[in-house]
Design a protein around this ligand. Structure first.
Ligand code: SF4
Length: 179
């Protein structure tokens, strides 16, 4: 049984603004989200080991997810001037990735077999080795929730976590499947 109070304290310590218990049964891996990846609007499709198609088939991911029942959803809400404030968005995303890396390290001490799902493509290396050479850090590589076919807003809703905090806010969400 997870101690959610202790877990949310760890999340806050890592810098996240919000967190919520995650019921893994609510995670729906959808083919249509994968189809959006292949439209390549984010320009990461087929360019990174953490993204489709390299990150694996949804059926294999479903089997992986089935090994877990509970975890934690974590979120960083940043401020932006408006919907065109790309600098503000990038700052919030960078902060979220920092929080995520800090909590990931911490949680691995107790749950070495955890499954971490991030936000956005893996940016650990300046340039990804895909597809010419193996990933440099396969143990630390993290795929995004979307790359796994998840609709982030639906996942938040199903687990009682907010998603939209107003026009001058932007939220980045990730999760850890723990046990
Ligand atoms: S760790 Fe490096 S090589 Fe591996 S997926 Fe991330 S960016 Fe690519």
């Amino acid at each position: 049984m997870l101690n959610m109070e202790a877990l949310s304290a760890l999340a806050a310590e890592a810098g996240f603004t919000h967190s919520a218990p995650l019921d893994v049964a609510t995670l729906e891996l959808k083919d249509e989200v994968r189809a959006m990846c292949s439209a390549n609007t984010c320009r990461a499709y087929g360019k990174n080991w953490s993204c489709p198609p390299a990150c694996g088939e949804l059926e294999d991911l479903r089997q992986k997810f089935a090994q877990y029942s509970r975890g934690i959803l974590v979120q960083t809400v940043g401020e932006v001037e408006d919907s065109l404030d790309f600098e503000g968005m990038m700052e919030a995303e960078a902060a979220h990735k920092e929080h995520f890396a800090a909590l990931h390290e911490k949680l691995l001490e107790t749950w070495p077999g955890l499954l971490a799902l991030g936000a956005g493509t893996c940016t650990r290396c300046k340039e990804c080795t895909y597809p010419d050479a193996p990933c440099r850090f396969p143990d630390k590589r993290v795929s995004s929730m979307e790359a796994c076919g998840l609709v982030v807003m639906d996942t938040c809703k199903a687990n009682g976590l907010g998603y939209y905090y107003g026009p001058q806010s932007i939220a980045y969400t990730s999760c850890f499947l723990l046990e």
